[in-house]
Write a protein that binds this ligand. Structure first.
Ligand code: GAL
Length: 365
């Protein structure tokens, strides 16, 4: 399915100018939260389907509130739901949303095949679609809104190298889900940095299905055993996988001695970075990503072109997808405060119990 190829850089109307609707009033509970606006003409209704609550806490703790705030600020009717890791449920949610008058649909696909089918069906019903965070290979979304995911991997690779130093070292890769195109890009970015560093030897690499943290622990245990425990660093693709590796290292008395990477700057990830058991994480502002999605959704709802940063190649058919790719930030013990200062996490959530002193030493809170 060919994508829309127009790449027109047209300054977006300010969010407040894009629509005439007034402020929204929320209804519904978490996991199935619809916002509605009262009064004024509305340019359309935006549906967003988040993937799950297991692969990362980010979707419900960061993305949902940021999306709600962005749509409320713009006075846009919205419906945000979570597919709970079930592709069939995502399909059903999409059908219901379109039946309820959604004119723009954004999805975080659980896999490209189911995502492409959802987008094709929506398109046939005149509903514009957006890939949020994850590119749907072979899909038909009008736009792709995410972070530069290859850059995420590059930051992870460089972060691990900074923690390992120049000594010879054995490294293990715990990659993200094989059904997530982002995971492919994360790994490509990390390898592009680490492979030329010939003092490092890859002694194990495996993708973790569905980013499942329990499977990650089992997989890492197997890789650790296969390497006879001679593992000096772990390139873990997000904080959940990093936490799983750290739990196995703890069992072997190696936590804090073997640097581990992560991503998403979750509360747990930041705590592990402060404790020294995790070498680094990558911060991707949900407010920025949600705000970018809201702007594109509103432009589409208004029948306008959205401002993009360029295009992304869909590796399945080499089509170019108009994209808005944001810049990720590497977070180490030295700049955990940047996440707090940016509102990405709250000090009162991170600096609890034994972490209170670590936060104080880091100048946080
Ligand atoms: C990726 C996402 C990351 C990571 C992972 C787990 O697609 O870009 O933030 O957390 O999913 O959900």
């Amino acid at each position: 399915m060919k994508r829309k190829h127009s790449l027109v850089l047209v300054p977006l109307l300010g969010l407040s100018m894009a629509l005439t609707a007034c402020g929204g009033d929320d209804s519904g509970d978490s996991g199935n939260d619809s916002g509605s606006s009262s009064g004024g003409d509305k340019a359309g209704k935006v549906g967003v389907i988040l993937p799950d609550t297991e692969s990362s806490v980010r979707w419900e703790s960061a993305d949902r509130p940021a999306l709600e705030a962005a749509f409320k600020e713009a006075g846009v009717d919205y419906d945000i739901q979570n597919a709970e890791g079930d592709a069939e449920k995502m399909t059903q949610i999409a059908d219901t949303m379109i039946g309820n008058g959604v004119t723009v649909l954004a999805i975080v696909n659980l896999d490209s095949e189911s995502g492409a089918a959802i987008e094709e069906k929506a398109k046939s019903q005149g509903v514009a679609t957006i890939d949020y965070d994850r590119l749907t290979l072979g899909g038909s979304a009008e736009y792709y809104v995410s972070f530069d995911n290859t850059k995420v991997g590059e930051l992870q690779g460089q972060g691990l190298a900074d923690c390992l130093g120049d000594e010879d070292a054995n490294i293990v890769y715990l990659n993200g889900s094989p059904t997530d195109n982002n995971a492919t890009l994360f790994a490509e970015g990390a390898h592009s940095v680490l492979d030329p560093m010939t003092n490092y030897t890859v002694v194990g690499e495996q993708a973790v299905p569905d980013w499942d943290n329990e499977q990650a622990a089992t997989i890492f245990q197997q890789l650790y055993t296969a390497a006879d425990g001679k593992v000096d660093g772990v390139l873990a693709a997000n904080d959940g996988l990093g936490g799983a590796a750290i739990s196995i290292l703890e069992g072997n008395g190696q936590a804090g001695k073997v640097p581990v990477t992560g991503q998403d700057a979750t509360v747990e990830g930041l705590q592990n970075v402060l404790a020294g058991t995790q070498c680094m994480t990558v911060y991707k502002s949900a407010t920025q990503e949600a705000g970018a999605l809201a702007e594109v959704a509103i432009a589409l709802a208004n029948g306008d072109e959205a401002e993009t940063t360029g295009t992304t190649t869909d590796s399945s058919d080499n089509s170019e997808v108009p994209s808005i790719l944001l810049t990720p930030q590497a977070i180490t013990k030295d700049n955990v405060g940047d996440v707090i200062d940016d509102g990405g996490q709250k000090a009162e959530d991170v600096c609890v119990d034994k972490f209170a002193k670590l936060c104080e030493e880091a100048g946080i809170g």
